[in-house]
Design a binder for this molecule. Sequence first.
Ligand SMILES: Cc1ncc(C[n+]2csc(CCOP(=O)(O)OP(=O)(O)O)c2C)c(N)n1
Ligand code: SF4
Ligand SMILES: [Mg+2]
Length: 302
Amino acid sequence: MSLERIKIAPELYDIMPPEYQDLVQRATYGKESRGWKDIGTTKELIEEHSLCAGCPESMAFRYILASLPNPEDTVMVGSTGCTSLVFPHVAVHNIHSLFGNQNAVASGLKRALALRFPGRIKDVVVLAGDGATVDIGLDMTLQSWFRQEKFTTICFDNELYANTGGQESGLMQKGFVAKMAPVGKTFEKVRLPEIARESGCHYVVNCTVSKPNLVEKVVKNAVYVAREIGPTYIQFYTPCILEIGKNSMEGLQEMRDAEKPNERFAYKEYVSDAAKELLAEIAAKEKERKAAAKKQLAGQNA
Ligand SMILES: Cc1ncc(C[n+]2csc(CCOP(=O)(O)OP(=O)(O)O)c2C)c(N)n1
Ligand code: SF4
Ligand SMILES: [Mg+2]
């Protein structure tokens, strides 16, 4: 792994807040087997980020950033919304795109990076809200999947437009009444995971972010498959606790309730044949790596 990463310009170092200095020094870079278990000893997001206290999106961001297999060479593409509020507070390269344009921007970026850095792995990961993904940006999202663009799209599905006060989104559940949608949603939640599969995505997952080990597994899988084969899509439930009237401690239970069998976020996965083959190869290599590390450790302790 390279150690190229976000750095603070020396001239500005002194005036940057200590927690930002801490962020760029302690993010989990340069470690082959990084993952959610590094959270706590490393730093992915500053403490004073601008999401509401207890917003599940902040947890989700930490898990995702700790799980990226190649953070030094990853560019994340955001879109306007609560999801975009944390991008100035992370130490991974990122671009903010005009609302809804994220998959078009990511397509160009991925192609440009391949030309500019031939022979070097450069991952692109879109992270946008449900309004950006399924409503205003649906055209760009679908077209990138049709074209088989090699990047991952992650949707933080909080089932409404949270950042603008609670308007209806296509991913909102039927009957839900939001602060700025008083009539109530009149049709079912759009089945975007199914649309993603039918539009050419090779790895599709629908789940909550209640389990960090699961988030790590699906993020890694999605990035590996996108890198080698084609588009991948993850839809994570990150409830807007402000809109549903929960306190900062209740977001986790909300996700646990939503992931029960037959609920909206019961775990759902689709993996194409090509992706299955690739993931089996990666799993076999990982098994070998762990066995070699164990053997080496046993040798050291003998
Ligand atoms: C082109 C454009 N249209 C509309 C807006 C206004 N706007 C800002 S955030 C937002 C909603 C975001 O909803 P979502 O993508 O679900 O993200 P969330 O805030 O829920 O995380 C809207 C409509 C904008 N900034 N730019
Ligand atoms: S408005 Fe909702 S989604 Fe946005 S930061 Fe607050 S709790 Fe999170
Ligand atoms: Mg939303």
